[in-house]
Structure formats: C-alpha cells, structure tokens
Design a protein around this ligand. Structure first.
Ligand SMILES: Nc1ncnc2c1ncn2[C@@H]1O[C@H](COP(=O)(O)OP(=O)(O)O)[C@@H](O)[C@H]1O
Ligand SMILES: [Mg+2]
Length: 434
C-alpha cells in the first residue's frame, strides 16, 4: 500500500489477532508483553482445553499455547489439527522428545518450546507467519474465483469469466466515475448480471445516476453478508448499484479495514461473485482505498487524459499497479486497458501511446477506447441520466472497450433462460438465478 498521509494505516490494517491459552499467571505475562506491541491484538484468552476449542472456531491469526493445561500430548494434538492459523506451543519441561516432534509436525505449528519461551524474541516471526497466512488465504479465495474449474460454467457451456473491473487513475476528474458507470450500465444492458460499486467520498454515483445517498457502502459494512449486500443495493434499470461513502469519515474507517476483514472491498467482491454477478465494476478512488479495489480486481481500466500530463500520470498509475503493488492483486498484464477520455484537438491515440511507452521504457498497454470530449456527457449527468443513452457519439466511442471487457461473456449472456425470464448460472456447483 502507499500514500497514507497522517496515519499509520499499514499498522492498523495488519494488527494480528492472538488467542492466548494457558494458566492464568502465564496468560498475564504474555498479555503484558503483547499489549506493548502494536502489531498484535490479543483477541481472546482461554484457560482450559474445552474453552480453547470453542474459541478456536473464530480462527485467530496466532495461537499462543501453554500446553500445561492439557493432561497429555494426545488431546493437545487433536486441538492443534483443527486449527489453521499459526500456533506456537510451549511444552512442560518433562515433555518427551517424541511428544515434541509429533507436535512440531502438525501443519499449523510454527514453533515448539520447552520450559519457557521468549515472546519478545519470537514476536517478529509470529507476525511474519500470520501475515503470510493471511496473504495465502486471500489468494486462495481470489484464485478460486479467477480460475474457476470447468464445472463453473454457464449452462450454455461458456465460461462465465467473472470480470472485476477497477476503473482507476491516481488523477482526479479524468472521467473514472463517468466511464465506470457507463461501462457497468452497458454490461447490464448486454444481459450480464452486473454490480457497480462506488468508492468515492462523498460518492458521485447517487448524484449522476439519480439514486438516493442511502442505502450505501456503510450499510453493507454494517452487515457484510449476501443478505446485507442485497439490502444495500439500488437499481438503474437492470444495473445493481452499491453507492459509495456519504462522507469522508466513513471512507477513513474503510481505509483502516484489513483486506481480509468481512467488510473489506475484496470480501465485498467475493460475496457479490458468490451471489452470481458476472461483472463487478469498481469506481476506484484516487485515495489510498484504491489499493483495496485493485486487490479485488482482475481487470484494470486506466482512464487517461490525452495530454502529456495525462501520459505522465497514467504511466505513474500503471507503475504503481505492476511494480509497487505487485503480488497484492490479480490483474495480469493483458488485463490492463487504457481509455483516453475527452479527446479532441489534443494528442492522438498513437502519439499518446508512443509517449507512454517511451516513458515506461517498454510497450504500454494499448489504447482500447478514445472517448471524445462531448458536452452532452455533462449535460446528461446533470439531468441524472446516463450519457450512454443521451449521446450516440459517446456510446459508439465506448463500444470497443465494452466489447473487449464483456465480449468473452457474450456467450454467457446467451445462457438459456428459464420460464420466469431469469438467467441461471452455475457457480461452484451451485445454481444461481439472477
Ligand atoms: N468524455 C467526456 N466529455 C465531456 N465531459 C466529460 C467526459 N468525461 C467526463 N466528463 C466530465 O468530467 C467531469 C469529471 O468526470 P468524472 O467521471 O467525475 O471524473 P473522476 O471520477 O475521474 O473524478 C464530470 O463533470 C464529467 O461530466
Ligand atoms: Mg469519481
């Protein structure tokens, strides 16, 4: 992540949750040591095996366990095999070599100690192990979506090819919200179940789409489930819209949300994918929250001004994604599209692309659309109408990008319909009607 002026966002987002288990004096000593370390948050404590088993269900990042609360190695092994975080186990001095070895072999066990352990000395390792596990969990969830097995196909046999499109640039006012909303509307118009998510603060989507400021992202965050998402949606014809933040305060709270928290943007996208959306468009903001949107996306539309300044800002944005955020998202090189917005007398697409490639030092992703400066765009938005419906020029210029993004799903759009006129999709073997 980058660019968090004024707050140690990284630290807040990364606090590792710890479950302490052991006898009370030991718990007190461990608690005191960890309370002084901002990287950790002691979420729970347990003083007997049964208590521990019930609390492990919440899956804390780290389990710090004093095994003297167990009568012997066997029940201890049973507990540990059920846990999937990072466990550090302190055995009594009299524990045998064999017991120590068998405990060390349980996959969750990252460290086994005898007699005593130096918490300060192993804190760094505990933190790193927890972070690595979070990253792996996150990737596993995302990977399962992006690389759906063959069974995850539309009823017509065409791959659903879930598209999670982040429309973004670090620059403001370039047309991100305009393109995100019109692309999403176009995907929905083509028959794809589509969700548009606003992430601005205060968000422009309600304003330009003729929606109410509520419900919005805050409602989803208060109830981050499929049901909660349904309740937070508004509709523009066939397009589902989740409006962004009503104010900067709620945006700031969202910036402090860990990427794997239930109310995070990646989890929102996962929830929406399970609900059966084929296209999810994120109007990614120029703020630090963009990293959460990018982490959830598999496609990036870079909106650029057709000027030298536009080249510089867009190359910078591209570098941010492919270099600085490498490993934190699932956007392949071929998943990046450039949309030149408000073209006219200034730079042409070829000239723009050449300049961008020169600045980058290798070929820049191609210009997928050139959208003219069209007064009817602003007029339509002021009248709370879709520019796509108000201007043929605008609609025509957006089409190549919409084709590139949504045409692999053209076949999915032709999925046979059932009697009620609803489309049925199959996701992870579950049939979903939309
Ligand atoms: N192709 C276009 N032609 C004319 N005006 C445009 C065009 N694209 C965007 N605009 C106008 O530019 C302003 C900023 O666009 P917006 O989509 O809100 O940018 P961003 O989300 O990047 O801040 C809006 O008033 C919008 O109406
Ligand atoms: Mg915007």
């Amino acid at each position: 992540m980058w660019n968090h002026p004024g707050m140690n966002l990284q630290q807040a987002a990364d606090a590792v949750t710890v479950l302490l288990a052991g006898q009370i004096p030991r718990l007190q000593a461990w608690y005191t040591a960890l309370a002084a370390d901002a990287r950790f948050r002691v979420a729970m404590q347990a003083t007997d095996p049964q208590d521990l088993n019930s609390k492990l269900v919440t899956n804390p990042d780290v389990l710090l366990l004093d095994a003297t609360i167990y009568p012997g190695p066997q029940p201890l092994l049973e507990t540990l095999t059920r846990y999937h975080g990072a466990a550090y186990v302190l055995l009594p001095l009299e524990a045998s070599r064999e017991a120590m070895d068998s405990i060390a072999q349980v996959p969750c066990v990252k460290g086994v100690y005898k007699g005593d352990l130096n918490l300060v000395a192993i804190a760094g390792e505990m933190y790193a192990a927890a972070q690595a596990q979070r990253q792996a969990r996150m990737s596993a969830g995302m990977e399962a979506l992006w690389n759906r097995p063959q069974s995850g196909m539309g009823a017509g046999g065409a791959p659903l090819g879930l598209r999670v499109v982040a429309v973004w640039n670090q620059a403001g006012g370039v047309g991100k919200t305009t393109l995100a909303s019109n692309l999403a509307y176009e995907a929905a118009r083509r028959g794809l179940p589509t969700l548009l998510v606003g992430l601005g603060a205060p968000d422009d989507l309600p304003l330009i789409l003729g929606l109410k400021p509520e419900p919005n992202l805050n409602h989803w965050r208060a109830n981050p489930t499929a049901e909660g998402l349904k309740l937070a949606l508004q509709k523009v014809d066939t397009l589902d819209v989740l409006a962004g933040f009503p104010d900067v305060l709620s945006e700031a709270r969202a910036m402090n949300t860990p990427l794997d928290a239930p109310e995070s943007v990646p989890k929102l996208v996962l929830t929406a994918a399970y609900m059966g959306y084929a296209v999810i468009v994120l109007d990614a903001p120029p703020t630090a929250l963009a990293s959460a949107a990018l982490a959830a996306a598999n496609t990036l539309v870079l909106v650029a001004r057709p000027s030298l300044e536009g080249v510089m800002r867009t190359v910078e944005a591209y570098r941010t994604v492919v270099e600085r955020l490498a490993g934190e998202h699932h956007i392949p090189a071929a998943g990046v599209y450039v949309a030149l917005n408000r073209t006219g007398a200034r730079m042409g697409a070829d000239e723009w692309h050449k300049a961008a490639s020169t600045l980058l030092g290798r070929p820049f992703p191609p210009v997928a659309a050139q959208i003219p400066d069209e007064p009817r765009v602003g007029e339509a938005q002021d009248a709370r109408k879709l520019p796509l419906n108000a201007s043929d020029t605008f609609a025509r210029s957006l089409k190549p990008l919409a084709d590139a993004l949504f045409s692999t799903q053209g076949a999915a759009a032709g999925v046979p319909q059932n009697g009620s006129g609803k489309k049925t999709f199959e996701i992870f073997g579950v049939r979903v009607k939309v």
